[in-house]
Design a binder for this molecule. Structure first.
Ligand SMILES: Nc1ncnc2c1ncn2[C@@H]1O[C@H](COP(=O)(O)OP(=O)(O)O)[C@@H](O)[C@H]1O
Ligand SMILES: [Mg+2]
Length: 480
């Protein structure tokens, strides 16, 4: 490998290209992130002791260093070590031969493996003899430069605000790779995407990928997974009761469970089943709710745990100490649970998608429950929302997460979409209890891949939950 880009998703897609000298064009409107991206490439190589020269006409060194430091790139240190060179091109009014001469001297003096020109437009605009011919000469020079340095040349290309079309001229033909950075406002939020327009020697899997620029982390690109990678066998989870085994067949990390319920009856059972499977398997669980904050989620979980403990006492003929139980419950919550409430309307859809993935990554949970996405679905256009959900499901599958999506079922289309991408489906219903027509009993209709639907009754469900929570209950038993 001669160089890399320093962004895992892209490095992965384009690794074939990195064995050969290459010309990369990064194009975009002002503010789209070109300088940040180019600097990331420069920095990532410098850190790995490949010399990088950053040639610029418009960036102020101090400002660039400060901005990039906030984005997690310490340019000062790689500069000190001699792997990063900031070069200001003083070519106002210079002519073509002078530019070429300057460039050649820089290459000779620094012998960089990576060269960034930020930007090619500024370089051309500052040349006295900017003619068609001069352009062609310069482009020819850059076409050959990767071979000369045996590395990577990055040309940053500014697209003026008023232009939507991307006019790269000859660059379209000489570049090995073209990446276009875009940003737009969606529902009042900034959304960034990058498009790989052309990538010689690499299969382009995805045309457009969302990305963010955030404090400390810098530029982060998110790609949807390649479907072939999915379906690898994840770790199989133990199910706490026979009824669930009969209904689901099996449940493993990487599965997607869709759980739906009527909007006016929100069953605690769904949340508790997920929680009990986590406890039973000693796995980390995260609940991301669009409806409740983290405190309310903890209260709900405690309420369910308390109720399940009374059922456990009945089936096992034991007594549980409430205070000890509360302690044990809190220990699990603290050690193995991440509860997050987010307001989905504080983000654009793309941002939310990224935010959710980030939250899940950070929590390092094995089991993730999204709770109440129906609120979000209610305001989305299906053509925007469905691909995003689809990609997210597969991305989390590829990362080996058991995902449970629990939604109210008032939107028929989303209910069907949710079901069609699930490995296990649970539909909750209220019915009058067989033994008492004045009371309501909850039913869960469970479908697991390759099986017929199975009806789980109220008490069976709570029995399963209680058995799943056994590891916590056992520690709180009253002896004697
Ligand atoms: N610390 C930061 N946190 C979040 N975003 C930042 C930060 N610093 C810069 N940005 C964003 O990066 C963008 C600037 O990117 P830049 O690489 O200079 O664009 P370009 O070179 O395409 O004009 C700005 O839109 C700004 O919002
Ligand atoms: Mg810039």
């Amino acid at each position: 490998m001669l160089y890399r880009l320093g962004i895992p998703v892209l490095d992965n897609i384009m690794k074939q290209t990195f064995k050969m000298p290459s010309l990369l064009v990064i194009a975009g409107h002002p503010g789209s992130g070109k300088t940040t991206f180019a600097t990331k490439i420069c920095y990532s190589n410098a850190v790995e002791k490949r010399r990088c020269a950053y040639l610029t006409l418009q960036e102020d060194k101090e400002k660039l260093f400060t901005t990039m430091k906030r984005l997690g790139m310490d340019l000062e240190s790689v500069e000190k070590e001699g792997y990063y060179h900031f070069v200001r091109l003083p070519i106002m009014g210079s002519t073509m031969p002078m530019v070429l001469d300057t460039m050649n001297r820089i290459m000779e003096k620094l012998s960089p493996r990576v060269v960034i020109i930020d930007s090619i437009n500024a370089l051309l605009a500052n040349m006295e003899d900017e003619t068609k011919k001069a352009r062609a000469v310069l482009q020819n020079y850059f076409y050959n430069l990767p071979k000369v340095i045996n590395g990577l040349v990055v040309l940053v290309s500014e697209i003026p605000f008023h232009r939507q079309d991307i006019l790269l001229g000859h660059l379209e033909f000489v570049a090995d790779t073209i990446i276009i950075l875009k940003h737009k406002i969606d529902k009042g939020r900034l959304v960034r995407t990058m498009e790989i327009r052309k990538a010689r020697g690499a299969p382009i899997i995805e045309a457009e990928m969302p990305f963010t620029i955030v404090e400390e982390k810098g530029i982060q690109v998110f790609a949807s997974p390649i479907l072939e990678r999915i379906g690898e066998k994840g770790e199989q989870l133990k199910l706490p009761c026979k009824e669930l085994e009969r209904a689901m067949g099996f449940l493993k990390l990487g599965d997607h469970v869709y759980s739906y319920f009527p909007a006016d009856e929100r069953p605690l059972e769904g949340l508790m089943l997920a929680f009990s499977v986590a406890v039973y398997n000693n796995k980390r669980i995260q609940v991301v709710s669009y409806r409740y904050g983290s405190e309310s989620l903890a209260v709900l979980l405690w309420r369910g745990t308390e109720y399940a403990s009374s059922i456990y006492e009945k089936i096992k003929g034991v007594k549980i100490d409430r205070v000890a139980l509360f302690d044990e419950f809190n220990k699990f919550i603290k050690k193995k649970t991440a509860l997050v409430g987010i307001n989905p309307f504080a983000y654009s859809l793309q941002e939310l998608f990224i935010k959710e993935i980030e939250i899940v990554e950070e929590a390092k949970a094995d089991i993730v429950m999204f709770h109440g996405s129906d609120l979000l679905e209610a305001v989305q256009k299906p053509e925007d929302y469905i691909p995003l959900i689809y990609n997210q499901v597969h991305l989390l599958k590829a990362r080996g997460k058991l995902v449970i999506r629990a939604n109210a079922d008032y939107n028929q289309l989303y209910k069907e979409v949710g079901s069609s991408i699930a490995d296990v489906i649970i539909g909750w219903q209220d019915q009058t209890c067989p033994d008492d027509s004045h009371k309501h009993c909850r039913m869960g209709i469970v479908w697991g891949r390759g099986k017929t639907k199975v009806l789980l009754k109220d008490l069976d469900i709570w029995k399963c939950i209680a058995l799943g929570l056994e590891p916590i209950f056992k520690k709180a038993l009253i002896k004697g």
